[in-house]
Design a protein around this ligand. Structure first.
Ligand SMILES: Cc1cc2nc3c(=O)[nH]c(=O)nc-3n(C[C@H](O)[C@H](O)[C@H](O)COP(=O)(O)OP(=O)(O)OC[C@H]3O[C@@H](n4cnc5c(N)ncnc54)[C@H](O)[C@@H]3O)c2cc1C
Ligand SMILES: NC(=O)c1ccc[n+]([C@@H]2O[C@H](COP(=O)([O-])OP(=O)(O)OC[C@H]3O[C@@H](n4cnc5c(N)ncnc54)[C@H](OP(=O)(O)O)[C@@H]3O)[C@@H](O)[C@H]2O)c1
Length: 247
């Protein structure tokens, strides 16, 4: 059972009808960019806790969580009601292996996310590690519609700071726009559109891939990459695909 610390909500930001960022002051042990903590609320006399990725980089405050209010979501329907000054429970120790220390060094680092799965990648991109370890870093961020592409200012800052090194590829599945790709990530790997857009070919020799978000996207993309000769990254057998499923 998680041992909770009490946290204080300092801000709640709404990006679109169901997408929010929650900012919380709370004590947290040192963590690695890409990890998550459980946060919880007392709902009808019972503590309901769920894991959320930290969007802020290590050593920074407040803690930042990017979440979707899922239809009839037990916890998220209460998270959206939180106001500045409210109390929330936070697990004091972070967990998770979607961190660069678990990803072998290679030439290119691809980070592929659906929806709120972009959160841990924003934390990693805010640190020095990806820029020191990889020649090119590619963020692929897939959502349904343009209004769901959150954190564009932050991503533009990464682009401005790492112009030669960073490639940003936004994806929309249910709308067409000039600057975005259309469709789904795995299909765009199969038909070659993704690599064409990046100007980089994915091979087991030159690429590390991190996947986060919708478990079906993670599964389909993994299978597509396996067909291309990549394997899952395991401590006992290092490979090229490192993943985190959100449900
Ligand atoms: C390691 C880990 C890290 C996570 N980090 C985040 C995060 O940073 N942001 C975040 O929004 N969620 C994250 N989640 C999901 C989160 O823990 C909850 O499951 C989610 O907020 C729904 O909680 P709920 O009680 O409102 O919904 P529930 O009543 O428990 O309903 C769960 C259902 O909601 C849907 N769902 C859950 N999460 C998502 C999601 N992120 N996007 C789309 N649909 C979803 C699925 O259909 C799932 O079956 C993470 C999950 C894991 C395992
Ligand atoms: N986003 C909304 O406007 C909205 C509105 C009301 C309710 N909801 C509900 O909220 C929850 C989360 O919605 P969400 O849009 O954040 O998350 P999501 O359903 O995971 O969709 C995010 C992105 O992942 C893509 N995707 C889904 N399955 C995939 C797969 N197998 N391979 C590759 N890509 C895949 C989606 O493409 P596709 O579009 O092709 O599926 C979309 O571009 C869902 O339960 C949804 O029903 C969302």
């Amino acid at each position: 059972m998680a041992i909770w610390k009490s946290g204080k909500v300092v801000k709640q930001k709404q990006w679109s009808s169901n997408l929010h960022s929650l900012y919380v002051e709370s004590e947290l042990e040192p963590f690695e960019a890409g990890q998550f903590v459980k946060i919880g609320l007392d709902i009808n006399g019972e503590v309901v806790g769920r894991p959320y990725s930290l969007v802020n980089p290590p050593g920074s405050s407040p803690l930042e969580f990017y979440y979707i209010n899922v239809p009839n979501g037990i916890l998220t329907s209460h998270l959206v009601e939180l106001k500045t000054g409210d109390t929330i429970l936070v697990e004091p120790r972070a967990h998770g292996f979607l961190i660069l220390d678990e990803v072998p060094v290679s030439k290119h680092l691809w980070m592929m996310a659906t929806g709120t799965g972009v959160g841990p990648f924003l934390s990693i991109l805010s640190t020095d590690k990806p820029w020191q370890r990889y020649e090119r870093v590619i963020l692929v961020y897939a959502v349904r519609t343009i209004t769901e592409l959150s954190y564009q200012d932050k991503i533009l800052q990464f682009l401005a700071k790492h112009t030669e090194q960073f490639i940003y590829i936004p994806f929309l599945s249910r709308e067409m726009r000039d600057f975005t790709m259309t469709g789904r990530i795995p299909q765009a790997i199969v038909d070659g559109r993704l690599e064409q857009r990046a100007g980089i070919t994915i091979t087991s020799d030159n690429s590390q891939i991190m996947l986060c978000g919708n478990p079906q996207m993670v599964k389909d993309t993994t299978n597509t990459l396996i067909d291309r000769g990549l394997i899952k990254n395991r401590r006992v057998l290092p490979g090229q695909i490192t993943m985190e499923n959100y449900w």
